[in-house]
Design a protein around this ligand. Structure first.
Ligand code: ZN
Length: 203
């Protein structure tokens, strides 16, 4: 795949693609084989997620310029799990950070909630997004283990945000029209900056 030649072997951290860069709007390709290179990518993505200026709780491969269906996630906390935590939070949070290979959402709850979201690819902007409270996650983990489980709480929310990235969707697309109008000019500025970087031959 030649992933790492594109990513640069030296740096521990990967450059995060910013709103306006076309890779964020592509539909990412499924992963056919977990190679050593893919593991290295996942590790660098995890480090990048933790060490970014604003620490992230999830990062999708398109956000580091790689259009593959790979997500890293860590929504764990030091708090004991809440008594109404979902099966997914109970199973997966103790094992975080997790690498999800070809993750899918196979079902969602009718109940929705509002949460104020942000994104490492859209610096300094945030907004309210309505999403289902619980989702059914079907994924492979890096070691090949297959998991299908219901995830709620912050995990359920974060999964929906990250999996959207694999289909070129960003949280601002899901904000209501009024809220979006308020940040429209900031988004246009980011788009213009991305165009400038591209025309200078930098990614
Ligand atoms: Zn994001």
């Amino acid at each position: 795949m030649g992933l790492l030649s594109r990513l640069g072997r030296d740096s521990r951290l990967l450059r995060i693609a910013i709103y306006g860069e076309p890779v964020l709007r592509e539909k990412a390709a499924p992963i056919t084989e977990v190679t050593e290179e893919l593991r290295e990518l996942a590790e660098k993505m995890t480090t990048t997620m933790y060490e970014n200026e604003t620490k992230g709780i999830g990062l999708a491969a398109p956000q580091v310029g790689v259009s593959l269906r790979l997500v890293v996630i860590d929504t764990s906390s030091d708090e004991p799990p809440s008594p109404n935590a979902s099966p997914g939070e109970l199973l997966l949070e103790p094992r975080m950070p997790l690498v999800l290979v070809n993750p899918e959402i196979t079902g969602v709850s009718a109940e929705t909630s509002v949460y104020h979201e942000a994104c490492l690819s859209i610096p300094e902007l945030s907004g309210d997004v309505v999403r289902p409270v619980v989702v059914r996650l079907k994924t492979q983990l890096l070691d090949g283990e297959a998991v299908e489980i219901e995830c709620g709480g912050l995990l359920g929310r974060c999964l929906q945000h990250e999996l959207d990235h694999l289909d070129g969707i960003m949280f601002v697309d899901r904000m209501d029209e009024e809220d979006r109008a308020e940040i429209a000019e900031d988004l246009r500025i980011l788009e213009r900056q991305a165009k400038k970087r591209l025309s200078k031959g930098r990614r």
